[in-house]
Design a protein around this ligand. Structure first.
Ligand SMILES: [Zn+2]
Length: 198
């Protein structure tokens, strides 16, 4: 079995932590918070660090292997934890992703599916685009016969404000290749992805 490892380094964006901290202080002050109190004095710095972390994916090794055994059944990682930030309110959305593929010539190290999810989740996102980016990326990297991604997440911008739909989960899915075109493969994927999530 031939293993190929490729270093995946997320695109670096320009970041200035001093500016972020000063802007956070100004933002909170403008909203009427008193930053001279003991509890709040370090908050702008903590806030800047917290957002920097939420918006920064970690690099990882993408390890793929020749599919020597000719494995042609669905590979599915269910309930991968997902945390991201919605680009409309910059509030978190959290939930799970179910990611599966029908192998072609290459198979992927199993733990890597979670890292691919993280790669795209760490940024200002919308759930629909996140779902599609994960599926498209796997499709390009592995050239599998099919890819399926289902994400179910609770958006704090919906739960905490506005309609206050506490506990409402948003479902999105992207199916590519055989998982989109073949009814039986699609039904198998969706049944396995939803099992245990009710
Ligand atoms: Zn939002």
């Amino acid at each position: 079995m031939t293993a190929t490892a490729e270093r995946i380094t997320p695109r670096r964006t320009r970041r200035n932590s001093g500016d972020a901290e000063r802007a956070a202080a100004e933002f909170l002050t403008a909203l009427g918070l008193d930053l001279t109190t003991a509890g709040l004095s370090e908050t702008p710095a903590r806030m800047a660090r917290a957002y920097a972390e939420l918006l920064t994916p970690r690099p990882f090794e993408l390890t793929t292997f020749d599919n020597d055994e000719g494995y042609d059944e669905l590979v599915l990682a269910r309930s991968i934890p997902i945390r991201s930030v919605c680009e409309h309110h910059l509030l978190p959305f959290v939930g799970v992703a179910h990611v599966g593929y029908l192998p072609g010539d290459r198979i992927l190290g199993l733990s890597k599916l979670a890292r691919v999810v993280e790669l795209f989740a760490h940024g200002a996102q919308v759930q629909e685009r996140l779902t599609k980016q994960i599926a498209d990326w796997l499709h390009q990297q592995l050239q599998p016969r099919g890819v399926g991604v289902v994400i179910e997440a609770e958006h704090l911008c919906m739960s905490l404000r506005g309609v206050q739909a506490t506990g409402a989960r948003t479902m999105t899915s992207t199916l590519l290749g055989t998982l989109r075109d073949d009814g039986r493969s699609r039904a198998e994927f969706l049944a396995l992805a939803r099992l245990g999530t009710q």
